[in-house]
Design a protein around this ligand. Structure first.
Ligand SMILES: *[C@@H]1O[C@H](CO)[C@@H](O)[C@H](O)[C@H]1NC(C)=O
Length: 493
């Protein structure tokens, strides 16, 4: 037995690609390269020309202490006025597409379609036309966390009878206004973050606190709203516009901390609570939430004396209505966690407690300037393989991946990050047969990093936030990314 093991260990490196070894090679022809932003993080012009108030406007103004250094997105990178410079940066980088989001309240100040802000429509028309004139395809996110405040005042993502029709109407409005030129649509960005932080632990706008209850409710309403928007596109717009409509989900790769069966199972359960919560209802064969998540929340709810599971039932009609409502799998990925099984002591109700896990980071992993963002490239390949094994051959479009630092122009750590992470995507495609069709760098330019304000920089282009004219300056990483794009990967030197 013992010699057998030694023999196996000796042979393993011959048959598998060593984890951190660099793979030279290129992506399939037609692989799509892009860069991304989101409206609240770059646009500024928070009340310009008839724009309504969003939940992020409300949060930064009513509770300035909630944002590091009391920063706000009032001006941000001023892309509302300087979008032509953003387009120039995208063109200089050589991207195929630009992923940006529409500010719902810039288009519809009350959130409903009966009041249209024509200046907002004109702004996005100008941006889309400038992109196309420069050979850059728009990829448009309908919703990147900036709910119109008037909708939040009526319960926001917790009010199904409000939000599901309101989002579907807004989606129809956007498809109608821009769908002649926009062929790549994303409904929601990272519903997990909006549910857990916006409507669970109170970290993000609208700062609702109700972990283990309201997070699950907002999650279900997001799934329903997404599905309705997709059906609107599928039935009313696809026949004439012929584009694609999808959702974008975020995954942290969950690596078992040990090889004990309990820890392996805990890591799997964490993936289901992270990605499966939203992916299983849409991309699996049978739909509905993942079984392990349903079981865990039901068991904790019973132990805590709730008459029924805090994870609201999807119901048969909605299970079928949500199933299959994404033309590709939008994926945001940044980092990895180590997961171990652990039953939390004491009592209480929370989303984290429901999972019976503890997450940590390996102290050997390189850090970024953001505490949660450890540099673990190999987790990316594992995540892509997990998606393939869970959901089959659905095309995956990586819609965000990037690195945070303090903003230097000689950003060599960002270059290392992109090379290593993109190389893991290459391995997933070339060695593992994962169906990845596109990659998006977060972000084309420095921007408002939510509650971290401007302290954290993700840009390929630097923005000077102390200068009223918000000048953009190309970083070393923009040059390196442009090279990767023009090589379509990493050809043998
Ligand atoms: C939920 O939305 C409906 C429909 O817009 C509205 O009548 C109702 O008052 C809202 N509920 C709450 C709690 O605001």
């Amino acid at each position: 037995m013992r010699s057998c093991l030694i023999l196996l260990m000796a042979f393993v490196p011959i048959f598998t690609f060593a984890q951190d070894e660099f793979l030279y090679g290129t992506f399939p022809d037609g692989f799509m390269w892009g860069a991304a932003t989101a409206a609240y993080q770059v646009e500024g012009g928070w009340d310009a020309d008839g724009k309504g108030e969003s939940i992020w406007d409300r949060m930064v103004h009513s509770d300035p202490g909630s944002i590091l250094n009391q920063d706000t997105g009032d001006i941000a990178a001023d892309s509302y006025h300087k979008y032509a410079e953003d387009v120039a940066a995208l063109k200089e980088t050589g991207v195929d597409f630009y992923r940006f989001s529409l500010s719902w309240s810039r288009l519809l100040p009350t959130g409903r379609v009966d009041v249209v802000n024509e200046a907002g429509v004109a702004f996005y028309n100008a941006l889309i036309d400038a992109l196309l004139a420069n050979g850059v395809q728009p990829m448009v996110t309908l919703y990147h966390w900036d709910l119109p405040q008037p909708l939040e005042d009526q319960g926001g993502w917790l009010n199904e009878t409000l939000i599901v029709p309101a989002f579907a109407e807004y989606a129809a409005f956007a498809f109608e206004a821009f769908g002649d030129r926009v062929k790549l649509w994303l409904t929601l960005n990272e519903p997990w973050v909006q549910a857990v932080m916006g409507y669970g632990n109170g970290g993000n706008a609208p700062r609702v606190v109700g972990s283990g209850i309201t997070d699950y409710l907002s999650g279900l309403n997001q799934l329903k709203a997404h599905a309705e928007a997709w059906h609107v596109y599928n039935e009313q717009f696809r026949p004439t516009q012929a584009g694609q409509c999808a959702i974008t989900l975020d995954v942290v790769w969950m690596e078992p901390k040990t090889q004990l069966a309990l820890d392996i199972e805990a890591a799997e359960r964490s993936l289901q609570f992270k990605l499966g919560w939203f992916a299983h209802p849409i991309f699996s064969l049978e739909g509905d939430y993942p079984a392990s998540m349903k079981e865990a929340v039901a068991r904790h709810s019973a132990e805590e004396g709730y008459p029924e599971s805090r994870l609201p039932e999807m119901g048969e009609e909605w299970r079928l209505r949500i199933l299959g409502t994404s033309d590709f799998f939008g994926l945001n990925h940044y980092t990895t966690s180590l997961v171990e099984h652990s039953v939390w002591p004491g009592t209480g109700t929370s989303f984290d407690r429901d999972q019976d896990t503890t997450q940590s980071a390996d102290p050997a992993w390189p850090e970024s300037s953001l505490g949660w963002l450890k540099v673990v490239p190999w987790g990316f390949r594992k995540a892509l393989n997990w998606i393939k094994s869970e959901y089959g051959d659905v095309p995956v479009w990586i819609t965000e991946n990037g690195y945070a630092d303090l903003g230097e122009l000689q950003d060599l750590d960002r270059i290392s990050f992109y090379r290593a992470y993109i190389d893991e995507v290459l391995k997933a495609v070339v060695l593992d047969g994962c169906n990845v069709v596109g990659y998006t760098a977060w972000s084309i330019l420095d921007n408002f990093e939510w509650t971290q304000g401007y302290s954290q920089k993700f840009g390929l282009y630097q923005v000077d936030f102390n200068d009223p004219s918000r000048p953009r300056t190309r970083k070393e990483s923009a040059i390196a990314y442009a090279q990767i794009i023009s090589d379509n990967g990493f050809p043998q030197p």
